[in-house]
Design a binder for this molecule. Structure first.
Ligand code: E4P
Length: 220
């Protein structure tokens, strides 16, 4: 499973990248706006930090303009993946950009039917939003399970990116369901490290060692 960070914040990206386990980044217009720099500028800075797929979303709503924006975003850096919303115009733009050889992440997917449309349009990635489905009382993870089955049935190459993950449990369940990628806020990635038995075990190991070799250097 690839781990993507769902943030446009440079400090968070630097911290995550330093752990050596971040395979890519997803952004959206809300996340870019939080950082206060125009999209092209922020995406270039992100590409300097993380070497992997970096999703940059179009803000146009008409296919013609989405295609123009998508081409511009793709020119920013070889790692840029153009993100288009799952609307009629977004799918039209996805089909056109994919035919040109650009990689498209289709976002705001909330049903298996929508995900089929994205795969048929040649999307590189589909982003089903787990947490936002949970928010309206559905079981978001069921969508990931349906998509892994459906895409497998027909050999679609589109990668399933479990998005809107809000907790370590979401990440584990998405992995169990076979999502190719999980994108998560920095806070969730950080929480994946935590286990009280790891802390307790390490404390005991060091206590035992230091009891015997208190002042002795390790290599000595
Ligand atoms: C993914 O590409 C989206 O940016 C993201 O996962 C949305 O998450 P949210 O529902 O927590 O805003």
């Amino acid at each position: 499973m690839k781990f993507f960070l769902d943030t446009a914040n440079l400090d968070e990206l630097k911290k995550g990248a330093a752990w050596g386990i971040v395979d890519g980044v997803t952004t959206n217009p809300s996340l870019i706006a939080k950082e206060g720099r125009p999209i092209a500028h922020q995406i270039r800075l992100i590409c300097d930090i993380v070497d992997g797929d970096i999703s940059a979303e179009v803000v146009a709503t008409e296919a013609k303009e989405m295609i123009r924006e998508g081409r511009e975003l793709a020119r920013l850096h070889k790692n840029v993946v153009v993100k288009c919303p799952l609307t009629r115009e977004g799918i039209k733009a996805t089909a056109a950009l994919s035919k040109e050889g650009l990689r498209v992440n289709v976002t705001l997917c909330f049903s298996a039917g929508q995900a089929l449309l994205a795969a048929k349009a040649g999307a590189y990635i589909i982003s089903p939003f787990v947490g936002r489905l949970d928010d309206i009382g559905w079981t978001g993870m069921d969508l990931i399970r349906s998509l892994t089955t459906i895409y497998k049935n027909y050999g679609f190459k589109t990668q399933i990116l479990a998005a809107s993950l809000r907790s370590p449990t979401h990440v584990i369940d998405a992995a169990m369901a076979g999502a190719h990628i999980g994108t998560m806020p920095f806070k969730v990635l950080d929480m994946l490290f935590n286990h009280p038995l790891t802390d307790k075990g390490l404390e005991q190991f060091l206590k035992d060692y230091n009891k015997v070799f208190q002042e002795t250097p390790v290599a000595g």
